[in-house]
Design a protein around this ligand. Sequence first.
Ligand SMILES: Cc1cc2nc3c(=O)[nH]c(=O)nc-3n(C[C@H](O)[C@H](O)[C@H](O)COP(=O)(O)OP(=O)(O)OC[C@H]3O[C@@H](n4cnc5c(N)ncnc54)[C@H](O)[C@@H]3O)c2cc1C
Length: 341
Amino acid sequence: MNIVISGGGMVGMTLARLLRLRGFEPIVLERAPAGHYMPRGYMLGFQGYEPLEEVGVYKEVRDAGRPIAPRPDQPPVAVAVRFGALIEALARDLPVVYEHTVVELLRDATDRITGVVAEGPDGRVEIEADLVVACDGMMSPVRGMAGIEPRFEPLADAALSFMSPVPAETSFAMKYLSDGGHIGILSWFEGSAGWRSVDKVGQEAATAPGLDAIKKMWAELLPESATAVEGVTSMDQIRYSEPQLLSCQQWWVPGLVLIGDSAHFFGPETGVSSGIGLGDAHALAQAILQNPTDADGACRSYELWRLPVVRPYEAMDPGRQRMVTAGNVRGRPEEIWPPED
Ligand SMILES: Cc1cc2nc3c(=O)[nH]c(=O)nc-3n(C[C@H](O)[C@H](O)[C@H](O)COP(=O)(O)OP(=O)(O)OC[C@H]3O[C@@H](n4cnc5c(N)ncnc54)[C@H](O)[C@@H]3O)c2cc1C
């Protein structure tokens, strides 16, 4: 089977490695230059361990990170690790066609997808494929080209977060607030990231109290974050966002399948998005191995295995609870952000 993977993020690269181990030679097209990624506070959930173990990077990533909820004689529930440590390990010695953006899909007379058109430094190239795998992230351009409808559900609250070059004393701490919101800290060896839910007041209002007030609030509400937040020195390290959940009723059409963030995205307090995406890659590689000359058969088999795993996570996302209670419960005065006069 000729396979084109659109997107060389963690899910696309893991899928490529898993397929190569099964004797396939997929082409990975990545629009960014080699080595480019957006740093973020990152924890690898246990759901991603097995695929990473199979492609030979799990131990390296685990050793580069700090365990979250370590257990005797068992792997930790998650690992807080510098995001680049995982991306760099996956990219090492893996053939990826960088600086090539998928801009169009090829179709035959029956409307089946038969490949992609990519734009690179030397112009446009057409690449035929029996199966195109969209691993191009939450805003997946390829999903739109294939005509698959995403379902975006805005969460009831916004997120205020920070990135700090200073590690926290603990790898993870999280607390629920009295209005059902949450505040947390995640720390790897080289830095840390904190987050909390806030009302959807917009970037300007959420950051208006200023850096010192933001740092004080974090240290008071979550003392475990005090050392880390002290390392924040500029408002550039503070981010306001309005997260959305993403799900897709349909995961594939003849000739193309969505996996990873292109198919689903979970709420910020779950920390499961990437682990589920890595599990998708594992299941798809195995489905292709079992249907090596039948792309639709592989997609059907993939869907059969994966629906019972992914749909419960989508349904149970803790962010949904706040969709029900938001606005009904007022938090304690010291928790409200921005502070009320
Ligand atoms: C701030 C933040 C914090 C997060 N924290 C966690 C966490 O703690 N734990 C967790 O499990 N998950 C976390 N996530 C989610 C996690 O990062 C994603 O689930 C994971 O990166 C998904 O990988 P992916 O390969 O599916 O998509 P992406 O990482 O989005 O990769 C998609 C790739 O496709 C490329 N691409 C896009 N369009 C095209 C195109 N047309 N042609 C070619 N290439 C294209 C992009 O350049 C990119 O490299 C976080 C995300 C954010 C933003």
